[in-house]
Design a protein around this ligand. Structure first.
Ligand SMILES: Nc1nc2c(ncn2[C@@H]2O[C@H](COP(=O)(O)OP(=O)(O)OP(=O)(O)O)[C@@H](O)[C@H]2O)c(=O)[nH]1
Ligand SMILES: [Mg+2]
Length: 355
């Protein structure tokens, strides 16, 4: 199971009360006040961790409380602070206040941590209330309450490139050929049930080891996905943050024409959100090795031409076109593909050499 939306209840610790105490010394009947302050309540932090891909660690435990500050003591000793709680969440987690809906934080940087419930301050001990008129103050403060809130956590994966297409189009196969990720691959639709990220390093194809980009495999989309059909909708938001989409079209499919596979997915992508609709999207014809009908290739070429795009063909079996695709995507990303750029980048270079 892939958890990408949960609520957590968090409670920071209360501050410890300040102490009321007087010095006791051998020859002084009544010493001055020496009650120390209470300790600070522990706070609750969320920290982004690149190694996590889901919110599954919170499947069972959803309530978290930090430690309370301890009471101050005599001898002006401050009470111990309560322990903080640090909750690790995947990179790309958006945190909202569940009651107000306000966005409290977006954890977009590995290692970044934010405090989401602050511990209460410790109360002041009676030492603090000594004055010229009151040398034996009995006043001491209680500690402050810690903050409590319910958080709404939503995970949006962060990848450079998102894959969209019909079920069975060959998305997971492509990811497994380009990266070390090993998504499940099978010859039936809806094999992929959860998004998965893969790091595509150009050194796999003779490029520089330092050049890489991240690809997101998501479940296949079907007609009506943007409105909730199939599995797609809950995962489309994961590709909202990507910089470009690869739209995979199975050219070996004897039933579905490329025209339909393109039209349906285009409608779902643009129906989901304007952000997704505006994203650069390249059409990629897959399973070239299994092409039965040459007219499929021609139809695909014509559809690409209509969109002002050079056709891209790949085969996950023979590896054809994978190197070119990898380099072209890298070049496009480096060329600063943004959300609003023309969806038909001229940067496409079918040889993959022109960098
Ligand atoms: N001949 C051939 N078969 C391929 C190619 N790419 C994928 N396949 C096969 O097509 C089937 C579906 O591949 P997947 O990679 O699981 O497809 P998917 O798009 O991830 O499918 P879902 O996860 O269901 O959306 C599998 O049987 C693959 O072996 C290819 O380039 N050539
Ligand atoms: Mg798949």
């Amino acid at each position: 199971m892939f958890l990408d939306h949960i609520q957590l209840r968090i409670a920071a610790g209360h501050g410890g009360p300040g102490a009321m105490s007087f010095r006791r010394e051998k020859f002084a009947a009544e010493g001055g006040p020496d009650g120390g302050d209470g300790g600070k309540g522990g706070s609750i932090f969320l920290r982004a961790n690149r190694a996590l891909n889901t919110l599954n660690p919170y499947r069972h435990k959803r309530d978290f409380a930090a430690g309370n500050g301890r009471q101050g003591e005599g001898g002006m000793r401050q009470g111990k602070d309560g322990l903080d709680v640090l909750l690790e969440v995947p990179l790309g987690t958006v945190v909202k206040d569940a009651d107000s809906g306000e966005v409290l934080a977006e954890l977009l940087e590995d290692g970044l941590s934010v405090c989401l419930a602050r511990g209460g301050r410790g109360g002041l001990g009676n030492t603090n209330f000594k004055s010229s008129t009151n040398r034996t103050p009995r006043h001491h403060q209680p500690g402050e309450d810690g903050e409590e809130r319910t958080l709404d956590l939503e995970l949006k994966l962060i990848a450079d490139v998102g894959l969209v297409g019909y079920p069975n189009a060959g998305k997971s196969t492509l990811v497994s050929r380009l990266s070390a990720a090993r998504p499940k691959i099978a010859d039936y639709p809806f094999t992929t049930l959860e998004p998965q990220l893969g790091v595509v390093s150009l050194d796999r194809f003779g490029g520089d080891i330092l050049d890489s980009w991240v690809i997101a495999d998501i479940p296949g989309l079907i007609e009506g996905a943007a409105g909730g059909a199939g599995l797609g909708i809950q995962f489309l938001r994961h590709v909202e943050r990507t910089r470009m989409l690869l739209h995979l079209v199975d050219l070996s499919d004897p039933v579905t024409e490329p025209e339909e596979a393109i039209r349906v997915i285009e409608a779902e992508v643009s129906g989901f959100s304007p952000v997704l609709a505006a994203k650069p999207r390249w059409l990629v014809g897959t399973k070239l090795d299994a092409l039965q009908d040459e007219s499929r290739r021609e139809a695909f070429e014509a559809l690409c031409a209509e969109r002002g795009q050079q056709p891209i063909f790949i085969s996950g079996v023979t590896g054809e076109g994978l190197r070119e695709l990898t380099f072209a995507v890298d070049a496009a990303l480096k060329g600063g593909l943004g959300y609003t750029i023309d969806p038909n980048p001229d940067t496409w270079d079918s040889t993959g050499q022109g960098r």
